[in-house]
Write a protein that binds this ligand. Structure first.
Ligand SMILES: Cc1ncc(COP(=O)(O)O)c(C=O)c1O
Length: 380
């Protein structure tokens, strides 16, 4: 059985587009090290498949390590056979140390208790664990204060069983045109790195650059960059960019009913839409449980046979209704495009995001697991 034949909705992930975006990252980051951020199921694209593709024979030596948020994500990648280093970007909870070692993951550290516990555990087993140390230079989320840098790093470097491979911080607003706060953050992490080096502590990696910085703040690339969104084909910048990116995922949903209804018929919960004239209404099999935001009720647009067609009435948990009066050739069983392009029309995740008052990150990560992922690659 071809699972796609029976799927209600599919997400078509174009690995060739992912390849193109990686090449753009590489070109911009002047061949420094690259850490693709593949947390949250690679922003909805499928972490295992994305990691397999990026770490495969197509890109020898291109990827230095992968970044995930949580232990479970790292374990799933290891179980799927991914052998690249994996950075656990949200820390090193003491209770997870046995798994972190067992699965050969690289934790980010920002407190001494975890560092000491990790060191003891690793030393007892005769192992050495690479770690990266995180500083909060202005994001206000995770990390040590820069004022604690020297004393903390010196204490960690002295621990047995631990090797400090990197230091990092995270930008709060590098997506803005005004990079003044980003410059202040860059200065802070650079100062830490330089002071450590002056004190005789040489740390291989220092990193801060997310997609925004990769795209328009080249001084911040340092010697490793951490692209997320741009790899998946979208720009996080507040202003238009000339950097060409190729969206990687298209979402399609099946038409499960088509009805011609007279004027005055109400559609969906709350009866917020009433047909102003005789209309053809399609019901498609995607709803807010699949990540299609309910905020798109009476606001969203999908593509049917190359036409932009409006969402009418409230988005339901599993279904959404469209006015397809202008598309007489549409049939039950056809696909409509929820995110993507058909002919010369497009509805990409950034449009879906702005229509639902959010960011493309949330739209991509939110595509649920009932939506079957299908992978395309031109050399497949
Ligand atoms: C620590 C860290 N680095 C890098 C990224 C990648 O950011 P972006 O998707 O904006 O490139 C993220 C994403 O949130 C992150 O949390």
């Amino acid at each position: 059985m071809n699972p796609e034949e029976h799927a209600s909705s599919i997400a078509v992930v174009d690995l060739t587009a992912l390849h193109e975006n990686l090449c753009r990252v590489r070109k911009r980051s002047h061949c420094g090290a690259i850490l693709p951020v593949i947390k949250a199921n690679a922003y909805g694209h499928g972490a295992v498949e994305v990691a397999r593709f990026l770490s495969g024979a197509n890109f020898p030596g291109a990827i230095s390590m992968f970044g995930v948020a949580f232990l479970e994500e790292g374990m799933a990648l290891r179980k799927a056979g991914i052998t690249h280093p994996i950075l656990l970007m949200t820390g090193c909870p003491i209770g997870q140390i046995p798994e972190i070692l067992r699965y050969d993951l690289t934790p980010v550290l920002f407190d001494l208790e975890s560092a000491v516990a990790l060191s003891r555990y690793a030393e007892k087993r005769g192992k050495i664990v690479n770690v990266h140390i995180k500083f909060d230079t202005g994001m206000g989320r995770l990390g040590l204060s820069p004022t604690e840098a020297s004393s903390f790093v010196e204490k960690v470097v002295d621990q047995q069983g631990i090797c400090v491979e990197g230091i990092l911080t995270h930008f709060a607003d590098a997506d803005l045109k005004d990079l003044s706060f980003a410059r202040h953050q860059l200065k802070a992490i650079n100062r830490i790195w330089t002071n450590l080096e002056k004190g005789g502590v040489k740390i291989p990696y220092c990193h801060i650059a997310n997609s925004a910085a990769i795209m328009h703040f080249s001084r911040a690339h340092l010697n490793l960059v951490r692209p997320g969104l741009m790899l998946y084909g979208y720009s996080p910048l507040e202003v238009k960019t000339r950097v060409q990116l190729s969206p990687v995922m298209q979402v399609k949903s099946r038409v499960i009913a088509l009805r011609r209804v007279p004027e005055g018929v109400s559609i969906s919960y709350g009866r917020t839409y009433v047909t102003p004239k005789e209309s053809v209404i399609a019901t498609v099999s995607i709803g807010y449980a699949d990540g299609y935001p309910r905020l798109l009720s009476n606001r969203g647009v999908m593509l049917a046979k190359g036409n932009r067609v409006p969402v009418v009435g409230r988005v339901c948990m599993d279904m959404t209704m469209l006015d397809v009066s202008q598309v007489p050739s549409l049939r039950v069983g056809d696909w409509v495009t929820v995110i993507g392009a058909e002919k010369n029309k497009a509805v990409w995740a950034d449009e879906v995001a702005s229509a639902s008052d959010t960011i493309p990150y949330e739209i991509l990560c939110g595509i649920g697991n009932r939506v079957q992922r299908v992978y395309l690659h031109e050399n497949a």
